[in-house]
Design a protein around this ligand. Structure first.
Ligand SMILES: [Zn+2]
Length: 422
């Protein structure tokens, strides 16, 4: 196995999309449930003889994680969990987050806030600045839970969003999980929002509060556009709550065309198995960026193939690193480690073939590992170097919010549903 290129090994990574780690200790069932997007089969009545540990992510986990806890690679899950419990969640969280070699974190705080470390706590554990990403649907659902009329819904959501977006570096849409990505490019009118909100708000008093309405997801996305903050979209791979065939990023083409003139960055998350389609969109739309988070650690030793495919069309200035880790600190470490290995393999192949110089390889490492994220989210960038996408506001009645203020460091906040959302 060739060593990592030294400049890849040393590159601190900005993890531009991740979630909090669990505060509590985990048993084997909890562990298996969080290891992949599948279920903990062997402990929850699934098919006999099947465990997520027998998979590429499971083998990658057993190869790379035990040494961080002072064990030999390939320790059995049972031995590993015993050692982990002996050290305690706090120590384990800190070891893996620190060893991930990060420069900054952008934490989606919109899922299961009570059981996870907040963005500020994540930053503390990792020893780096942590920034917050707020989830649009959570704000709409919290507004609905608080009681609001259909006519007042749009205004109430805008006010709540403006309040919560203070200090956040991005907003995120999980429309993929709820209605799929076939979203119209048209901003809905106030009347359309009120008409869609009516039946939903009426149903909220009788059952769980779960937004799943194309018009309302679209309304939220345009509210995000108004803020001028980058918008992250869940795309592709996720747990079984998703209809994967409705999560091809090409379905977003009309909406991307509509957002383009406003200059607001759109960041397509995960993308697998549509990472080539996402790469196409990043190439042809100036405001579109992509990553391969979540898939990078789930494909384990195949991460090099994944990253090479994801970079086939994507301009290197458009690709960002993320782990999309959730719950297990091991996944922040594994995501970073497998990304570095994959990037190193990709760049080394180009160096060996004379496709690029070492200077270029170092530049691509800095761009994809950190600089692209710093530029898109305006973190750790001097004001004069910031892009001006927030200034390109349009003036329709839908787009009346002020430009965002400069992002502040960590701002505690959170939220998400079991077994695991995007
Ligand atoms: Zn996520």
């Amino acid at each position: 196995m060739p060593d990592l290129l030294p400049f890849v090994a040393e590159q601190p990574l900005v993890d531009h999309h991740c979630h909090g780690v669990l505060r509590a200790e985990l048993n084997v069932v909890g562990f298996e449930a969080l290891l992949s997007e599948g279920l903990a089969y062997n402990t929850t009545g699934g098919p006999a003889g099947v465990t997520p540990f027998d998979s590429l992510v499971g083998f990658a986990f057993r190869r790379w994680c035990p040494p961080v806890l002072g064990m030999e690679p390939h320790a059995t899950p049972a031995d590993y969990l015993r050692r982990r419990a002996g050290l305690g969640a706090g120590e384990v969280n800190q070891r893996f987050l620190k060893d991930a070699g990060l420069a900054a974190l952008c934490v989606d705080s919109g899922f299961q806030p009570d059981s996870l470390l907040s963005p500020a706590e994540m930053g503390e554990a990792a020893g780096v600045p942590a920034h917050e990403i707020i989830r649009l649907e959570q704000i709409a659902e919290a507004t609905a839970a608080g009681g609001v009329s259909a006519a007042d819904f749009a205004g109430a959501v805008r006010a709540a969003l403006a309040e919560q977006a203070r200090g956040a570096v991005a907003v995120k849409s999980i429309a993929a999980y709820r209605v799929g990505l076939e979203l119209s490019g048209e901003p809905p009118t106030e009347a359309e929002v009120a008409a869609a909100a009516g039946p939903w708000l009426a149903s909220v008093s009788e059952g769980p509060i779960r937004l799943a309405d194309e018009t309302l997801h679209r309304f939220l996305i345009w509210c995000g556009v108004d803020l001028g903050l980058p918008i992250q979209f869940h795309v592709g791979y996720g747990d079984r709550d998703i209809d994967l065939h409705r999560c091809n990023p090409l379905l977003l083409t009309g909406l991307l065309r509509a957002i383009e003139p406003l200059g607001v960055p759109v960041v397509l998350l995960h993308n697998y198995p549509y990472h080539r389609e996402a790469g196409y969109l990043a190439q042809v739309f100036p405001h579109v960026y992509v990553d391969a988070g979540l898939a990078t650690h789930n494909v384990g030793s195949r991460a090099s193939a994944l990253i090479a495919e994801a970079l086939e069309l994507t301009h290197f200035g458009k690709f960002l690193y993320s782990s999309d880790a959730f719950g297990l600190p091991e996944l922040y470490y594994l995501g970073a480690l497998l990304f570095r290995r994959a990037l190193s393999d990709f760049l080394r192949a180009g160096l060996d073939g004379g496709e690029w110089t070492e200077h270029d390889a170092e530049r691509v490492t800095r761009m994809t590992g950190a600089e692209n994220a710093r530029r898109v989210y305006r973190i750790g960038v001097l004001p004069s170097a910031r892009p001006h996408h927030a200034d390109h506001h349009h003036t329709s009645p839908h787009h009346t919010s002020p430009s965002p203020s400069a992002p502040s460091p960590a701002c505690p906040f959170h939220g998400l549903p079991p077994p695991r959302l995007p």
